[in-house]
Design a protein around this ligand. Structure first.
Ligand SMILES: NC(=O)c1ccc[n+]([C@@H]2O[C@H](COP(=O)([O-])OP(=O)(O)OC[C@H]3O[C@@H](n4cnc5c(N)ncnc54)[C@H](O)[C@@H]3O)[C@@H](O)[C@H]2O)c1
Length: 615
């Protein structure tokens, strides 16, 4: 029979501890909540009451239940108050010495049968456990932030944790309404081992002015469906905590340079910019502890842009480029040329025609044009069936498209979007032709997802007018476009590209011309790391998928996503990233290479990390 936990202690009532108190008290467990000082206690109490009051205001918790919840919590200074609890969860700052000191003290204070647990994110549970005389009763119970919301708990057993203790804690997690994955003691466990390299990389992009904070965050939210962008997440975690986690992972996890904290993080911690808890981190908050972002000197300004049939204001958060492109005036764009007849070209034609632009579609022949026309019509018809588009609007959109097989018809367009095959020689030849045909001042855009935009730009005599417009598939649905500036792109060209994205109802994020732009550069190394973790037999594909979905709120786990994207596509992107950046940690996982060689490409081939029924 599983042990009955009637009272627990929580040590440290910061970002995590206060949330953990709430989880237990909400589930009928008495909690002794301990801090190091009266001030700390008050801060912890304020976090708890703030969170439960918000739950009441949102109608998620009845007032009486909130009062009952709060009545189960006893606030105390000092560990002595924990003498009779059945379980203690420690959530003090991420320092090994501090945790070891606290565990030695807990060992002295707590009753002999009590279980002692740490909420550490990256430190060795084993090293913490040996500070006690009962290492077999020491375990990791790693909650996710915010603890009352996130469903996942990583249960970390060391080589000496007794199996009874593991089983009891697993049963407790179930009682708390959490889903647990039980794993062994490795730096970062599952979720943080996959998350922190990505977060650090995103901070590096921000530090090097590769893209703005708003654009980095918007890219990952809109391009991958993540609940929040990496910089906003760093603010939620707390930069001091994030620094310690990265530093520990670097030292414990094989000195992977991707975990060496980006220098900016340390500077921000030293300057007291800790994130939400101090009221300022990458963003500025209404007050310390508040989730509400307020404008500051980095907030992009809204600009007026003449687009399509009128002038409209670009949402300041809808894509902020470099300061110069914010100040530059976008050119008026009414007529668009789109070259290509594949999936992306077809989607992009639909997007522009639906948004009211006159479109000239150029394909390699009437047959291809007819096929694209049918595809666009079918897609628009789906909108009509779903009641999202009237028949008249569908007909008007189709009527705005001119079909052609010769590039000469692009002589009077204001913007060309190239979406032909992903081969540099083909794209370069096309841009050289466009250079001869198009009128001066026209923006020439490529949708390449992996080739350097500068190579394409230099095939023309007007590299300042060339930009990347990286749409996501399916273009009519995905709200994100990466606007890729080369070192020769003019501020006006970027401004025009951003204005056009806004007029399409999409968010244009501006970034530099580097392999993977923002989204793929941040996404694929994380997927590759998940494959390496599986390959090392640390956990199963199911548990890794669970961990990322329930611990971090990702819409899909890495293996689900890899099977959808295609393992061959993932491998190709990862190889590009590795070749360009020469980062050893980006080397494709051997297992990924083997699966691709074996023809296990994911859904499209019926088998990838999992089996799929062929469609
Ligand atoms: N922040 C996150 O997103 C997150 C997520 C999961 C796990 N964790 C882990 O949880 C732990 C706590 O992190 P946090 O972000 O909540 O830190 P935090 O800095 O927000 O809170 C730590 C609290 O511990 C208190 N404290 C310090 N020394 C103490 C002592 N001797 N006795 C009692 N209380 C003491 C501090 O006053 C502070 O209130 C760390 O191990 C961290 O790695 C953090």
């Amino acid at each position: 029979m599983a042990r009955d936990f009637t009272s627990v202690g929580v040590v440290g009532l910061g970002t995590m501890g206060a949330g953990i108190v709430e989880v237990f008290a909400r589930n009928g467990v008495d909690v002794v909540a301990v801090e190091v000082s009266a001030d700390g206690l008050e801060r912890g109490r304020a976090i708890l009451t703030g969170s439960t009051d918000r739950a009441v205001a949102k109608g998620k918790l009845a007032e009486a239940d909130r009062d009952a919840l709060l009545s189960r919590v006893r606030f105390e200074v000092g560990l002595d108050a924990l003498h009779s609890v059945d379980l203690v969860i420690e959530a003090v700052p991420e320092h090994l010495n501090l945790k070891q000191r606290i565990f030695a003290e807990l060992d002295r204070v707590c009753k002999p049968e009590a279980i002692l647990a740490t909420n550490t994110s990256s430190l060795s549970v084993t090293e913490i456990s040996v500070a006690t005389t009962r290492p077999n009763q020491v375990i990791g119970i790693h909650f996710f932030n915010p603890a009352p919301v996130m469903k996942l708990v990583e249960v970390v057993r060391t080589v000496v944790t007794s199996t009874d203790v593991v089983a009891d804690v697993e049963a407790l997690c179930k009682r708390l309404g959490k889903v647990d994955v039980t794993i062994s003691d490795r730096a970062g466990f599952i979720a943080n081992a996959l998350l922190f390299g990505y977060l650090n990389h995103a901070v590096g992009m921000f530090e090097s002015h590769y893209a703005t904070r708003e654009d980095i965050d918007a890219a990952m939210k809109l391009g991958c469906g993540l609940p929040m962008g990496p910089l906003a997440l760093m603010d939620l975690i707390g930069l001091d905590t994030a620094y310690e986690i990265l530093d520990t992972m670097y030292r414990r996890g094989g000195r992977d340079r991707r975990h060496a904290p980006v220098p900016l993080i340390k500077q921000m911690v030293t300057a007291g910019l800790l994130g939400r808890k101090s009221g300022r981190g990458f963003y500025t908050y209404e007050r310390p502890g508040s989730p509400v972002v307020v404008p500051d000197e980095r907030t992009p300004v809204a600009t007026q842009a003449a687009v399509g049939d009128g002038t409209r204001t670009i949402d300041a958060t809808g894509g902020a480029g470099s300061a110069s492109s914010e100040l530059a005036s976008p050119a008026a764009v009414t007529k668009i040329g789109i070259v290509g007849s594949g999936t992306m070209a077809t989607g992009i034609i639909e997007v522009f025609a639906k948004a009211g632009y006159e479109v000239v579609s150029v394909t390699r022949g009437a047959e291809k044009s007819a096929r694209v026309f049918e595809a666009v019509k079918t897609s628009l018809n789906k909108g009509v069936v779903r009641g999202k588009l009237s028949e008249a609007d569908r007909d008007a959109a189709l009527g705005r498209i001119n079909w052609s097989a010769t590039l000469e018809h692009l002589a009077d367009v204001d913007l060309v979007v190239e979406a032909v095959v992903e081969e540099l020689s083909v794209k370069k030849a096309l841009f050289a032709s466009l250079d001869e045909i198009c009128k001066p001042g026209v923006v020439l855009a490529t949708t390449t997802s992996s080739l350097p935009v500068i190579d394409v730009a230099m095939a023309t005599q007007r590299p300042a007018d060339v930009v990347g417009l990286h749409f996501f598939n399916p273009a009519p649905l995905m709200p994100l476009v990466e606007v890729v500036e080369t070192i020769r792109t003019s501020a006006e060209t970027t401004a025009t590209a951003r204005a056009v994205c806004a007029a399409l109802g999409k968010t244009g994020v501006v970034c530099g011309d580097r392999s993977g732009f923002i989204v793929n550069a941040l996404l694929f190394p994380y997927l590759n790391d998940a494959v390496k973790m599986l390959e090392a037999s640390y956990s199963t594909a199911d548990d890794i998928d669970h961990a990322m979905k329930l611990g971090c709120g990702y819409p899909m786990g890495p293996f689900e996503l890899l099977d959808v994207v295609g393992l061959d596509v993932a491998l190709a992107i990862q190889r590009e990233l590795y070749l360009e950046l020469r980062e050893p940690g980006f080397a494709p996982a051997p297992l990924l290479e083997h699966l691709v060689t074996a023809g296990y490409l994911g859904r499209k081939s019926g088998r990838g990390f999992r089996d799929h029924t062929r469609r």
